[in-house]
Design a binder for this molecule. Structure first.
Ligand code: PHE
Length: 341
């Protein structure tokens, strides 16, 4: 039995020293120390020994077990260290390799202009409101004093979403005049930027989708002088303090009187050039005093309150500011174009 134990010790220690992986070590643990292992098998023969031999062999068997356990533990530590070294080797990071720069975008030029305009109005005490692009006929037309037979309601001009012409893509941001008064009441001072839709063919100056900024001021004693003063101040913030403006009579169903505001062409100083198409003036917005019927439609008494409203085209402003000649460039999102701003 003594020789058996010695043989096991020798063979086991050699095998342990030769292992290259934790799993091999585990297999040896089973092979020698497991329930059906070789050492266990030897111990099972103890019964056959004489009473004098038994404690001696018992002691020796324990020593072998302890020696194997210790050797396995030590080998396990060595293997773990080797595994760590191998991992560190495999995962080395070369910090001198240049990094990959993520391509960062930036604000679209039109939104740069919009943010500038918002800032101007916020400084004048205006609130900013946003409204739905899918709008009801009532808000887009009826409550804005635009009767059923008005040409603006033509199917050829308007994207209706239902057969009965009740729901449509808004053709203007003016329905926000109604929504603002209905939700906030008066007095009110707000602007509302957003997308509008018309059945226009795409060309250098037209798009079926474009952006407007609506404005509305209603209070006691608001006059046409307030309209002119406010819009002149805003336009001079945008185009510079020397900008010359003029107001021309116009017609909108929801304002009375109505006007359009032009700025004198900054390119030719009013003489006429390609930029202003020979006119000397460039139209920038539509405006007017809120029609008494519109006020009444929103539950506001026109004998107590009055107000003015206006609507800018945002693309046109951006095109003027950045000297962009073709509207399509604004929507195509060609990076070669956008990178310039
Ligand atoms: N909604 C008008 C348009 O789209 C512009 C406008 C707004 C005119 C407010 C007067 C008052 O042309």
């Amino acid at each position: 039995m003594k020789e058996q134990l010695e043989a096991i010790r020798k063979a086991a220690l050699e095998s342990i020293a030769a292992t290259a992986e934790e799993s091999e070590l585990e297999a040896l643990r089973v092979k020698y120390l497991g329930k059906k292992g070789e050492l266990t098998a030897v111990l099972k023969q103890m019964g056959k020994l004489s009473p004098e031999e038994r404690p001696v062999m018992g002691q020796m068997a324990n020593d072998v077990r302890a020696a194997l356990e210790q050797a396995m533990e030590a080998r396990s530590a060595v293997l773990a260290e080797k595994a760590m070294e191998a991992r560190l080797e495999a995962e080395t990071l070369d910090v001198t390799i240049p990094g990959k720069k993520p391509a960062l975008g930036h604000k679209h030029p039109m939104y740069t202009v919009l943010d500038e305009i918002k800032e101007i109005f916020i400084n004048m005490g205006f609130e900013i409101m946003e409204g739905p692009e899918i709008e009801q006929e009532d808000y887009n037309f009826t409550k804005l004093n635009t009767p059923a037979d008005h040409p603006a309601r033509e199917w050829s001009d308007t994207f209706y979403l239902t057969e009965d012409s009740r729901v449509l893509l808004r053709t203007q941001t003016s329905p926000m005049q109604i929504r603002a008064m209905e939700t906030c009441g008066v007095p009110i001072r707000m602007i509302s930027p957003g997308r509008v839709y018309r059945k226009d063919e795409v060309d250098a100056t037209h798009s079926p989708m474009f952006h407007q900024i609506e404005g509305l001021v209603v209070d006691k004693g608001v006059t046409m002088a307030d309209l002119k003063g406010t819009l002149n101040a805003v336009i001079r913030e945008i185009y510079g303090p020397d900008t010359v403006t003029r107001f021309r009579p116009h017609h909108f169903p929801f304002t009375e009187p109505s006007c359009e505001m032009d700025i004198q062409c900054h390119k030719c100083g009013g003489k006429g050039c390609p930029t202003c198409k020979g006119e000397g003036w460039i139209e920038v917005l539509g405006a007017g005093m809120v029609h008494p019927k519109v006020l009444r439609n929103c539950g506001v008494d026109p004998d107590v309150y009055s107000g003015f409203a206006f609507g800018f085209g945002l693309e046109r402003l951006a095109m003027g500011q950045f000297k962009i000649s073709d509207l399509r460039l604004i929507f195509e999102n060609d990076q070669r174009f956008l990178e310039q701003f």
